[in-house]
Design a protein around this ligand. Structure first.
Ligand SMILES: [Fe+2]
Length: 296
């Protein structure tokens, strides 16, 4: 086992989803979640939540699942180091000829596949659009991003050791804590939460294969009222609330969960605590939530 902590990803920068009905997904994302359509020049069917040119790409596909996840490193040297580390761990790394980087609007990137089959893109130099300020079409005051990145993704996989090796040993994630819990009627499971910046978890791993590779993705707003307004809009749109309002034991996020068109779940939250590696020590939790989060 190689423990090379000299390079790690800095943040989850973007995700791509493959859904049967991209128009319905985009409409839900803008009207209910309050995300902003990106300029066509930055890619058709893409969404913004901050100054970045885009954060979520919506593509047509039967999977109704995560299509790819993009993690950023600090710069060119870190990308070289990350490629070496991946290769040392036996991960097949594809070099981009520049066409994918152009499509993603990044300076340079490499690509590989995680043990559960998700396409993972690692890059530096994302496009910022400070000249085109983020304005939520639903009036959301702002999403919490910055050095915490897009948000988080919860990923499932049969081979949890392989997933852990990929995200920890290769990408450089550090464990925040564990939740030992009865998971969706499937018995006791240990959910693992990982950070790569102050966000409590950017990636969480579930040790089983669900109906899709992604259990949910999370976006965080800066005001509790924006969670409430979003809940009203999501319910008005007729979307299924998959988890009622609640507060998580580990990151202290107040959030609800809903099903997006096609089935991918979104967590919409506020108020998470952050992680400072200088002071953080791992904890063990036995419930996912302090209150609420009843699954519907
Ligand atoms: Fe979450």
């Amino acid at each position: 086992m190689i423990h090379d902590n000299t390079v790690s990803v800095r943040a989850l920068a973007y995700i791509g989803v493959a859904v049967e009905n991209p128009d319905a997904w985009l409409r839900f994302a803008t009207d209910a979640l309050g995300l902003m359509r990106a300029d066509e020049a930055d890619g058709a069917g893409r969404l913004r939540i901050d100054q970045r040119a885009w954060r979520i790409a919506v593509e047509k596909g039967a999977a109704n699942d995560l299509a790819f996840a993009g993690f950023e490193v600090a710069g060119a040297g870190e990308l070289v180091a990350m490629r070496r580390k991946l290769q040392a761990l036996g991960v097949a790394v594809e070099t981009d000829d520049g066409s994918l980087a152009t499509d993603r609007g990044v300076t340079e990137m490499i690509r590989c596949t995680d043990p559960a089959g998700t396409r993972v893109e690692i890059f530096y130099g994302a496009t910022d659009r400070f000249e085109r300020p983020f304005v939520s079409p639903a009036g959301v005051g702002g999403f919490v991003t910055g050095d915490q990145g897009l948000g988080h993704v919860v990923l499932g996989g049969d081979d949890i050791a392989a997933m852990r090796s990929f995200y920890v040993d290769a990408l450089g994630f550090r464990r925040s804590d564990l939740i030992r819990m009865e998971f969706r009627g499937l018995g006791k499971k240990e959910l693992e939460f990982y950070h790569c910046n102050p966000r409590h978890h950017t990636v969480a791993l579930v040790p089983l294969r669900g109906p899709r590779r992604i259990f949910h993705f999370m976006v965080q707003v800066a005001s509790i009222d924006d969670v409430g307004f979003a809940l009203d809009r999501v319910q008005a749109a007729g979307a299924r609330i998959t988890s009622t309002l609640g507060r998580h034991t580990n990151d202290h996020m107040i959030s609800f969960y809903a099903e997006t068109p096609g089935g991918i779940e979104v967590e919409y939250g506020f108020g998470a605590r952050t992680v400072d590696d200088a002071h953080w020590t791992e904890a063990l939790h036995h419930r996912p939530s302090i209150w609420g989060h009843r699954r519907g």
